[in-house]
Write a protein that binds this ligand. Sequence first.
Ligand code: CA
Length: 438
Amino acid sequence: MKQPNIIFIVADDLGYADLGCYGGRDAVFGPVSPVLDGLAAKGLKFTQGYANSPVCSPTRFALMTARYQYRLRGAAEEPINSKSRGSATLGLPPEHPTLPSLLRDAGYRTALIGKWHLGYLPNFSPLRSGYEEFFGPTSGGVDYFTHCDSTGQHDLNFGEQEQRHEGYLTDLLSHRAVDYVNRMALQPAPFFLSLHYTAPHWPWETRDDASKAPAIKDNLFDLAGGNIHIYRRMIHHMDEGIGWLMAALEKHGIARNTLVVFTSDNGGERFSDNWPLVGGKMDLTEGGIRVPWVAHWPEMVKPGGESTQHCMTMDWSVTLLDAAGAATHPDYPPDGVSLLPVLRDASHHFHRPLHWRMNHRGQRALRDGDWKYLMVDGNEYLFNIPADERERANHARLEPARLDAMRAAWQAWDATMPAIPAGATVSLGYSYQDMPQR
Ligand SMILES: [Ca+2]
C-alpha cells in the first residue's frame, strides 16, 4: 500500500469530555467541536486512551521518542519551564532518533507547526530532531496575540529564527498547516505534519480578545480571567482550523489516504470538562491522563468505530511508524506498541499494561486490565475502572492480594527506569490559595 500522509494533531490541556463526541455539552453558540465530532463519526474513537503524562513536556518526549519519557533527563521536569532556557541537558537530545527523523528517513517530508516545548536553542530545536520545517513557539505557553511567553519574551519562530506575526495564534497555526498541505500535495513524497496547537491552554483569549492581551502579559496563568464560554470558544477556533485543514485535503484529493490523529497532551485544566473522571492536569487520577484519541483514515479505518483498547501516547508514535512502513532504531527500542491492528479492525484487542509516575506528590499509577493501582502523597488506592471511572470506590483494603500484586508490578517496571533525578523541578501555576479545590 502507498505510504499514507500523516497529520498528528495535539491540543494543549484539552480535557476528556471537552469535545462533543466525548460527551461534552454544547456551548451557547452551538456545538463546540463539530469538525472533530465528524472525524470521530467517520473514523475511530478510543475511549480508554491515555497521555504518557498529566503534563505537557513529558508527554511530548514520549511522543517524539516512542519510549517512556522517564528515560530522558529533560522529561523529569514537570514541565520544562522558562528557567530551562540555555540548558544543555533539559531538552530532547538531537542525536536521539525521533518520530519525525525516522519518518524522514523512510521518505517523508516533515514539519512541526505549533508548540515544541522540548528544550531551547542553542542546544535543542525541532530542526535538530527530525523536522524539516518549524513554525511555532518553543516554550510551554504564550499569549495568543503577543506570542510572548510567561517571562515576556517573544516566542514565535520560523525554523530557528524569531519571526513576528500579527494575529491569533490558533488561526496562524491553522493557516500555516493549510499552506503546508497545499505545498506538499503537489509533491510525490508523503508528508508528516505535527500540528501542535496551544489551544485551549491559558491565557483565556478567544479570537476577539486582542484587547485583553496587554493586561494578561505579566500573568499568563490568567488567574483572574476566563470562563467556560471563553474556553469553549477557544476549542471551537481550533476545531474550525481543523476543518480548513480537512477541506484542503479534500481539495487535493488526498484525504482518503491521509491518517489524521487527534489527541491532547494531558488532561484538562481549570475550565475543562473531564466528566466522569476526577482530577486534571498534573494528576494521575483519570482526569489528568485519559484523553480523546480520534483516528480518521478512510483508506484503512472503517467509519463509526469505537475501541476500548488501552493505549498511551508512545503507542501512537509506533503506530505512525508502522503505518508508514518505517523502522525503529535498534539502539532505541520502543516502549510503545503499534495500534495498527486496531485501526484495521476496531474489535481487535490486546493486553496493554500502562505505567506512570510523577515527582509531583509522589504519584504512581498502573492500569492493567480493569484495575488501576494509584499512589498519591503516600496513600495507596485500587480502583476497578470500568465499574468506577470516577475512582471513588477504593478497593485497597478489600483486596490486599491484588494491591500487593499491582504494587509489585509497578515497582518491577519502575526498576527498569532511571530514578527521578535530584534537582528535577515541579512547576505549578497556582495553588489552593488561588482557587478552591473540591
Ligand atoms: Ca499541556
